[in-house]
Design a protein around this ligand. Structure first.
Ligand SMILES: NC(=O)c1ccc[n+]([C@@H]2O[C@H](COP(=O)([O-])OP(=O)(O)OC[C@H]3O[C@@H](n4cnc5c(N)ncnc54)[C@H](OP(=O)(O)O)[C@@H]3O)[C@@H](O)[C@H]2O)c1
Length: 225
């Protein structure tokens, strides 16, 4: 059965690679990002685009309106957009304005989008929600580096568990996925190709009905929180 996807942060990097897989499967996809590059990426793939800032209070509502207009609903939500991999900072010298910005997009942005799309996911017979997280958000082995990013992803992981619980009875499967180190604008050179990073996210987005919920995975295998 064809699926309807919404992928945030899909104008480049891992998000664009997820979108390419979704469209390649014959599914429909709505790509969301702030800049106008998202329109050309969507045009090239034959997908839909919404130029939306998900850190803005009305961003999620605009995305819902676009999903309704272009696809008439939603089956798969991929919260992939993120900013500020602040490797130059440490916890005791952190610029808290930058931390606040990271939380606004990476955590609250995903939270707002999840709240806005929950009614559509509940209506779907194959509802899946994937929060794209990071090993930087693992409490196990948490260090003092990249504080804005790490705290925002640890909070995203907590949000994943709460959403999984809230949506369990509606049979919407909710999981967090780390794509590994991927060569993108954020990851820099040296990481693995975007298609490899996208694979584990697509896996979580297309789990069978009896698949896991409330888990944290990399490459389809559970990892520590
Ligand atoms: N790359 C890695 O090694 C790595 C490792 C672990 C986890 N991750 C995670 O994987 C995901 C994708 O990362 P990436 O490396 O592909 O990043 P990227 O290349 O920097 O792409 C980020 C995407 O998010 C969009 N975006 C940022 N802020 C937004 C906002 N407020 N509203 C809407 N869209 C927004 C960007 O487009 P605009 O700028 O046009 O808005 C862009 O499309 C992120 O969640 C990241 O934390 C990446």
């Amino acid at each position: 059965m064809a699926r309807r996807w919404l992928i945030t942060g899909a104008s480049r990097g891992i998000g664009a690679a997820i979108a390419a897989v979704a469209v390649g499967r014959g599914d429909s996809a709505l790509l969301v990002a702030r800049g106008d590059a998202v329109r050309s990426v969507a045009d090239e793939l034959g997908a839909h685009a919404a130029q939306v800032d998900l850190s803005a209070p009305d961003g999620a509502a605009a995305a819902v309106a676009a999903a309704q207009e272009h696809m008439g609903g939603l089956d798969v939500l991929v919260n992939n957009a993120a900013i500020h991999y602040d490797t130059w900072q440490s916890v005791l010298t952190a610029d808290l304005d930058l931390v606040r910005e990271a939380l606004e997009t990476n955590t609250l942005g995903a939270w707002r989008v999840a709240m806005a799309f929950a009614p559509l996911l509940r209506e779907s017979s194959q509802g899946r929600l994937v929060n794209v997280s990071s090993g930087s958000g693992q409490l196990t082995g948490m260090g003092d580096g990249a504080p804005a990013y790490s705290i925002s992803k640890a909070a995203l992981n907590a949000l994943t568990l709460m959403l999984a619980d809230a949506l369990r009875r509606d049979r919407v499967l909710v999981n967090a996925v780390c794509p590994g180190w991927v060569a993108t604008d954020m990851g820099g050179p040296g990481g693995r190709p975007v298609s490899d990073g996208a694979r584990g996210i697509v896996w979580a987005a297309t789990l069978p009905d009896d698949g896991p919920t409330g888990g944290f995975f990399r490459d389809g295998r559970p990892i520590d929180w």
